[in-house]
Design a protein around this ligand. Sequence first.
Ligand SMILES: NC(=O)c1ccc[n+]([C@@H]2O[C@H](COP(=O)([O-])OP(=O)(O)OC[C@H]3O[C@@H](n4cnc5c(N)ncnc54)[C@H](O)[C@@H]3O)[C@@H](O)[C@H]2O)c1
Ligand SMILES: N[C@@H](CCC(=O)N[C@@H](CSCO)C(=O)NCC(=O)O)C(=O)O
Length: 451
Amino acid sequence: MRLSLPRIIPALKNGAILFRGKPLTINKSLHNHSTVVLGGKPHIFSKAHLYCSPTFTQVKGLHQNHYNMSSTQGKPITCTAAVAYAAGKPLTVEQIVVDPPKAHEVRIKIEYTAVCHTDAYTLSGIDPEGAFPSILGHEGSGIVESVGEGVTNVKVGDHVIALYTAECGKCKFCKSGKTNLCGSVRATQGKGVMPDGTSRFHNQKGEPLLHFMGCSTFSQYTVVADVSVVAVDPKAPLDSISLLGCGVTTGYGAAIKTANVQKGDTVAVFGAGTVGLSVVQGAKSRGASKIIVVDINNDKKQWSFDFGATDFVNPKEDLKEGETIVQKLIEMTDGGLEYTFDCTGNVKVMRDALEACHKGWGESIIIGVAGAGEEISTRPFQLVTGRVWKGSAFGGIKGRSEMGGLIEDYQNGKLKVDEFITHRRPFTEINDAFEDLHHGDCLRTVLDLAK
Ligand SMILES: NC(=O)c1ccc[n+]([C@@H]2O[C@H](COP(=O)([O-])OP(=O)(O)OC[C@H]3O[C@@H](n4cnc5c(N)ncnc54)[C@H](O)[C@@H]3O)[C@@H](O)[C@H]2O)c1
Ligand SMILES: N[C@@H](CCC(=O)N[C@@H](CSCO)C(=O)NCC(=O)O)C(=O)O
């Protein structure tokens, strides 16, 4: 069993874990969370996780009780959150109040959240659905603190990932077998409220704060609909798997599910952020014969090769005089690609990605998110001659039924996740994490909500 230190310490204090038949005690706990002294003997733990070997006996019920969550159940919780008060303004880190979950809702203690490009997009003010004041964040993991009436899919103490693409299993969309776009809570989610039309967050002045993408992971506690949360293997480290809440799943799923890349296919990926590089690793896992990454930032070249790209093209530097990126890609692939992916959100790039597809069968998948008023265009002849334009949300992955498989892929070393965490910060440095997004050396910044 693997537990992060902030959670194991209360358990140890309660004598809830036995070591060689005796309760473990902490003699000393260092600020450096990678070292604690247990029973007089120093133990060093990597990545702030304690791995309980067979000599460490887990006492029955520990999982539910060690966190002492029952004291907060049914009550409002005051905690730290980062509030987006207005578009284009830094987030305000302050104390807010999180109400208990109502029926079919789940209150989660968020342990880790990463910052996705989409959070920056909404904060910038160009998201047509962006609403303020709100609590952003949608790529996070945590532990269930309490559940409302009628919740059966998760229980207190479960390790969970919040899902911005819900899965109810009952709606027209879920039952269609054609899409992961569940319809059960999407309308209220887009308005920044819970399914009953109200918010569970308010600030110290009593003003309601809106939810975001059904997740709001930029808060130490959040409330989500039960259809918007999945329990995961508690052995999977929560910091790493927070990235499965969006970026990694989106790119990997777009390659292996939406496009369903096959052995020998040629692939071009525009934009080598976490999403694009996860497309690359999905295409590589399927045995694509050529994986060309197109990015205007040379810092992304080495990343691209590390994740499985065979070629890297910087359109600002690698084109001959008068040559377009479409011509270059067509020339490199004897007529165009089987699959292209836009992972930039730039509508001009989306057009290039479509037109670089092979006549007759090439498919282009739009993943990037474009601002209000932006539209895509191409000559209809591009489609008449067999190219296909598609989109992909959350990689086409059904969060509740398919997340377990992705976690297994990660645990078996098939899916890279840790490699995307280039920066770690305490939650209080969240505005710096938004700044990180603009630097070429940053894929994902993971924020530790306990700090
Ligand atoms: N559809 C979905 O479900 C979904 C999920 C997650 C993210 N997104 C969107 O996907 C996009 C990528 O997200 P991310 O977190 O990887 O972003 P990111 O900012 O980390 O990466 C974007 C990359 O695109 C590159 N880029 C920018 N302009 C370019 C251009 N003109 N040509 C080539 N490369 C260019 C950047 O240099 C960067 O490497 C964003 O638009 C994000 O909002 C969509
Ligand atoms: N709100 C925007 C669109 C934003 C958007 O397209 N979101 C993606 C997920 S981005 C995750 O980082 C998505 O999955 N959309 C499908 C959905 O939200 O149902 C707008 O209004 O244009």
